[in-house]
Design a protein around this ligand. Structure first.
Ligand SMILES: Cc1cc2nc3c(=O)[nH]c(=O)nc-3n(C[C@H](O)[C@H](O)[C@H](O)COP(=O)(O)OP(=O)(O)OC[C@H]3O[C@@H](n4cnc5c(N)ncnc54)[C@H](O)[C@@H]3O)c2cc1C
Length: 461
């Protein structure tokens, strides 16, 4: 047994240091069911324990990776055999809820859905929502600056965190648990940790913004004839619904058809529309909100902006419509598949998608490309399926990221960089920006033990 493992067992006790065969029932990630590789997995219970662990790892030059719910899409939380995992799974307490201040104070390992249901019982809500809600943690959401389906109205995680506590690589605790919206006392230190994917510190606690739960929710799925109608409908809804629009999720026709093949989701409408859109509003007056929503849809239909619409009559029907957007098992069966998350100006989306589709077809005759996304935020997700067995990741990366530069887009809208996109960072960040990232990393983690080999490409020697 190595010195560092002995020291960790002495400090945490044997039960909280998982080794060898005891790791076999722990999957590598949401996307990879095989057992995780690691030197040891640690289960601290408090910020102090995280601090002590990092002091020891720092002193031993021991690489560390932080894990939340393992739902991240860019392999950032996946450990190597040489790394130690710090899992936040036991730091899962909702410490306090303050409806007047509009805050919830939570430990980083709280599962997003647990926060949703706890707040719902008190007539409150936390606006971040995404398909991985049942597994992802608030710490992981912070570390990836998660976005999801309500960004249009409430913003990304960066806008939803008021304060946080993080432990630096050498064990120093930075407690910045601010509860106010206004606080301009020097640099806003929390923003360094939000979106840093576990490379600058371990987030252990946070203060997040909460709201009263909406009294009304209206949803619909619509079919439209072209991308011009998608953007026209978005503009129309923004005006007609007076700020109550909370979701506007677009699915290209090929995606909709793939996930509604026989044996998968039941199609709620004809399968030949070029685009499908899931919309949702939240308001305060169920009766007048429902009327405004249906009048708005009716008018859009009469003016030819939309071609078809389905309004769910129950929560179960609403859920089955959302399942079409959020549950893409049908595509995950088409091995190999590669998932991408990019952003670009909305007006350029049709040209970009067409460039990607053409480049893919040039290389793989049996390929398919399935596109969906939080279009109103400039965010697209693409599944590329080459239709041939083999490892085509690099070829598909070139297909997706190559044309993106022409549109001044970002290689990561909301999933982060992790290890997966590291060699492409230069498309979206300038050399001086990357150099500043290296300086920050060197100042905060001089021994490079936290999330090594993630986010920042190595400097050329
Ligand atoms: C079905 C599905 C749908 C998704 N939809 C969306 C979406 O709509 N929008 C979106 O933005 N993302 C989406 N994601 C990806 C998203 O990044 C994650 O779901 C979530 O934010 C990650 O949380 P996690 O706890 O699983 O983190 P993990 O996967 O465990 O970790 C992610 C990264 O954060 C680091 N990290 C984790 N916890 C901490 C911590 N406490 N301190 C420091 N670093 C930490 C890890 O080291 C890693 O680099 C989706 C994923 C899935 C599987």
């Amino acid at each position: 047994m190595t010195d560092i493992i002995s020291a960790l067992i002495e400090y945490l006790g044997e039960q909280q240091v998982i080794l060898g065969a005891d790791l076999t029932n722990r999957a590598t990630s949401y996307w990879r069911p095989e057992p995780t590789k690691t030197l040891a997995l640690l289960r601290p219970r408090s910020t102090d324990e995280v601090s002590q662990i990092l002091k020891l790892c720092h002193a031993h030059d021991q690489p560390v990776v932080v894990q939340g719910g393992l739902t991240g899409c860019v392999d950032g939380a996946i450990s190597t055999e040489q790394e130690i995992i710090i899992s936040l799974e036991r730091m899962n307490r909702i410490e306090s809820i303050d409806p007047v201040g509009g805050t919830a104070t939570v430990e980083a390992g709280v599962i997003l859905e647990t926060l949703h249901s706890t707040l719902a019982n008190e007539g409150l809500m936390f606006p971040l929502d995404l398909g991985a809600r049942g597994s992802c943690t608030i710490g992981g959401n912070i570390a990836t600056n998660a976005g999801g389906i309500n960004v249009l109205r409430y913003g990304m995680m960066r806008e939803l965190v008021l304060g946080l506590e993080a432990v630096l690589a050498d064990g120093t605790v930075i407690s910045s648990m601010n509860q106010m919206i206004k606080n301009n006392a020097g640099y806003d230190i929390k923003q360094l940790f939000i979106g840093s994917e576990g490379t600058l510190g371990v987030v252990t606690r946070a203060v997040v913004k909460i709201h009263p739960r909406s009294k009304s929710r209206d949803s619909a799925m619509v079919g439209v004839q072209d991308f011009e109608a998608v953007t026209g409908f978005l503009q129309y809804l923004r005006g007609a619904l007076g700020g109550t629009l909370s979701a506007f999720e677009v699915m290209w026709g090929d995606y909709f058809c793939a996930v509604t093949e026989p044996g998968w989701h039941r199609p709620p409408m004809q399968r030949d529309h070029p685009f499908y859109i899931m919309i949702e509003t939240e308001g305060s007056d169920p009766e007048s909100d429902a009327k405004r929503f249906s009048d708005t849809l009716e008018h859009a239909f009469e003016t030819g902006l939309i071609s078809d619409a389905v309004v769910p009559k129950s929560e179960a029907e609403r859920k089955s419509l959302w399942d079409i957007r959020e549950n893409f098992e049908a595509i995950l069966e088409k091995q190999p598949y590669y998932l991408y998350d990019v952003s670009l100006p909305i007006k350029d989306m049709p040209a970009y998608v067409s460039d990607v589709q053409n480049a893919l077809q040039d290389q793989f005759t049996a390929a398919s490309c399935y596109v969906l996304g939080h279009v109103a935020d400039g965010n697209l997700h693409l599944f590329l399926c080459p239709g041939e067995s083999g490892d085509w990741h690099e070829s598909c990366d070139k297909v997706v990221y190559g044309p993106l530069k022409n549109f001044e887009g970002s290689i990561s809208a909301e999933h982060g960089i992790g290890t997966e996109k590291i060699s492409w960072l230069g498309i979206s960040r300038s050399e001086p920006e990357i150099a500043l990232m290296r300086q920050l990393k060197a100042a905060m983690d001089p021994n490079k033990i936290l999330g090594a080999g993630r986010v920042i490409p190595p400097a050329e020697s």
